[in-house]
Write a protein that binds this ligand. Structure first.
Ligand SMILES: Nc1ncnc2c1ncn2[C@@H]1O[C@H](COP(=O)(O)OP(=O)(O)OP(=O)(O)O)[C@@H](O)[C@H]1O
Ligand SMILES: [Mg+2]
Length: 508
């Protein structure tokens, strides 16, 4: 608020007194005559050479009306004289320059509302008023909605990050504590979880921290390496990029629920790493320094006890693979379809681990179907069952594939038993049908021998002299029947060999 007149006077009596003093200053005898509220002695009139002034004020709720003369020399500054100024909300002043022109009745200025707003409000129509009232409400609502959306987005981002954190290798410390060995890890997960293996992100982290040491073998799908992880050995099967389907299928089969078994190769991890030029496909498993049963039998003959251990453990592995376990934590029946001595590994303790599950098929018992469309002739020709060679196998019937596995197991038993020493005698190592077909036989060559001539590997007569070899010989023959359904089951073989192991006092 601006100040008017002498502040000392204003503070005691307000505008009325101020104006009283001012009126005394006005020169008498001027042509301009004005109303004067303070000029009782001169009949409420005054004369001035300046201007007439009327003023209405509202100070501390008290209304004052003043009419006075203002001398010319007080009309400063020119154009907007100090004494003629109004103060918004407090003082309404009117200066004029004709006789008694200050008789106007000025309105008391309102203090509560600014004149600008008041005039605006009075000039607004209903639309503007609604806009003015509804506007802020809408604004508040919008702010609330934006707030809720921002909060939800934040929550979603947070949850997403939480999930990523679980998948992020940086979280692997949960599983990959420094002192954990692979065996600990796998034990933890196979006893607590679904039994189907390590979480994928742990698999990836393990695979990417393996240091490859040396190549140990080459197969149809790629190379096998010995690698190191935390000081322990692992086997890494590296598939060529065009074998992606085989890699995927093998990893998938190995991660079948409840598959883990002491006589099935322990699967550790699958990883597909894109190095920019090609995709590296890794399958990491337990490493067995003896290598395959083929390698082992080529190098060593075995005792009767060793023979039974190999045979019984292989039967246990195959029985577990073939077996369907019912229930939510159950496992489907699985047929191997490429069983041979090269696909069975020999563990340190002289037992077997069945490997190379890439061609396996699973039985969906609820629908009695097979999980992939099986192609007729897969596997290794030398080990193909007669019904596979002559394509009479009933592929709609899952058990047909199990029977074909049993035929191949019989051939593997023949390879093992030949290396079994009894009385200081054993046979040299040979592949089945070594004497009947060339080294890399065609299907046709195999079919002629196995289907047409109905030939089987020779069981030496001297085996009859030794109970263990006799039993082995008997099992083989019962694995080789032309009629698949007549063959022994893996479980039956396992039971027979278990009895044999008790008889021969074999410690497994
Ligand atoms: N987990 C393992 N531990 C030790 N050695 C292994 C392991 N896996 C494979 N090998 C070795 O690597 C070799 C190659 O294995 P791979 O399965 O690739 O080929 P294969 O079985 O010889 O032939 P195929 O391609 O017909 O299956 C095996 O014969 C074996 O000597
Ligand atoms: Mg193999």
């Amino acid at each position: 608020m601006r100040s008017y007149g002498n502040p000392a006077v204003m503070s005691t009596k307000g505008t009325a007194l101020t104006l009283l003093v001012l009126s005394g200053l006005i020169a008498i005898g001027n042509a301009l005559r004005c109303n004067c509220t303070n000029c009782e002695s001169s009949g409420y009139e005054c004369e001035t050479d300046g201007a007439c002034m009327a003023s209405t004020s509202n100070i501390a709720g008290v209304e004052q009306h003043v009419r006075i003369c203002i001398a010319r020399d007080k009309l400063m500054p020119p154009g907007q004289p100090f004494y003629c100024l109004s103060a918004e909300g407090y003082l309404n002043t009117h200066c004029c320059y004709s006789d008694y022109c200050n008789s106007v009745d000025l309105k008391v200025p309102k203090v509560s509302r600014l004149p600008a707003i008041e005039s605006a409000l009075s000039s607004w129509g209903p639309v503007e008023l609604v806009a003015v009232i509804a506007g802020p409400i809408i604004l508040v609502c919008l702010l609330l909605i934006v707030g809720v959306l921002v909060f939800q987005h934040h929550q979603r981002t947070y949850n997403h990050r939480q999930r990523l954190d679980v998948e992020d290798p940086s979280c692997d410390h949960l599983y990959l504590a420094k002192d954990k060995t692979l065996q600990d890890l796998i034990f933890d997960l196979s006893t607590s979880g679904s039994g189907s293996g390590l979480p994928l992100f742990v698999q990836r982290t393990v695979a990417r921290t393996i240091v490859l040491q040396e190549i140990i073998g080459k197969g149809r799908f790629g190379e096998v390496w010995r690698g190191k992880w935390r000081g322990g050995d692992v086997a890494v099967k590296i598939f060529s990029s065009r074998e992606e389907r085989s890699w995927f299928r093998e990893a998938e089969i190995y991660q079948t629920i409840m598959l883990r078994h002491e006589n099935i190769l322990g699967f550790i991890a699958a990883d597909n790493k894109d190095n920019g030029t090609w995709t590296q496909l890794w399958l990491v498993s337990d490493y067995h320094e003896h290598g395959s049963l083929f390698d082992y039998l080529n190098c060593y003959s075995v005792t009767i006890e060793g023979m039974i251990k190999l045979a019984l453990s292989a039967a246990s592995g195959l029985a577990h693979l073939h077996m369907e376990i019912l229930g939510t934590q159950g496992k489907p029946g699985i047929a191997h379809r490429d069983l041979k001595s090269k696909n069975i590994l020999v563990k340190k303790n002289g037992t077997c681990a069945i490997a190379d599950l890439g061609l396996a098929v699973r039985h969906e018992s609820s629908t009695d179907t097979i999980d992939i469309a099986p192609n007729q002739r897969v596997g290794t020709k030398r080990y193909m069952a007669p019904e596979v060679l002559d394509e009479t196998i009933n592929m709609k019937h899952f058990d047909s594939f199990k029977c074909a596995d049993i035929y191949a197991l019989g051939l593997v038993y023949w390879e093992i038993a030949r290396r079994g020493s009894a009385g200081g005698v054993h046979e040299d190592y040979q592949l089945p049908y070594y004497d009947l077909v060339p080294p890399d036989p065609s299907i046709e060559e195999m079919r002629k021998v196995v289907c047409d001539q109905r030939l089987r590997p020779t069981v030496p007569n001297w085996w009859q002299s030794y109970e263990a070899l006799r039993v082995m010989g008997k099992i083989m023959r019962e694995c080789w029947y032309s009629n698949g359904a007549a063959r022994l089951t893996a479980l039956r073989i396992k039971k027979t060999l278990s009895q044999l192991s008790v008889l021969e006092d074999v410690k497994m």
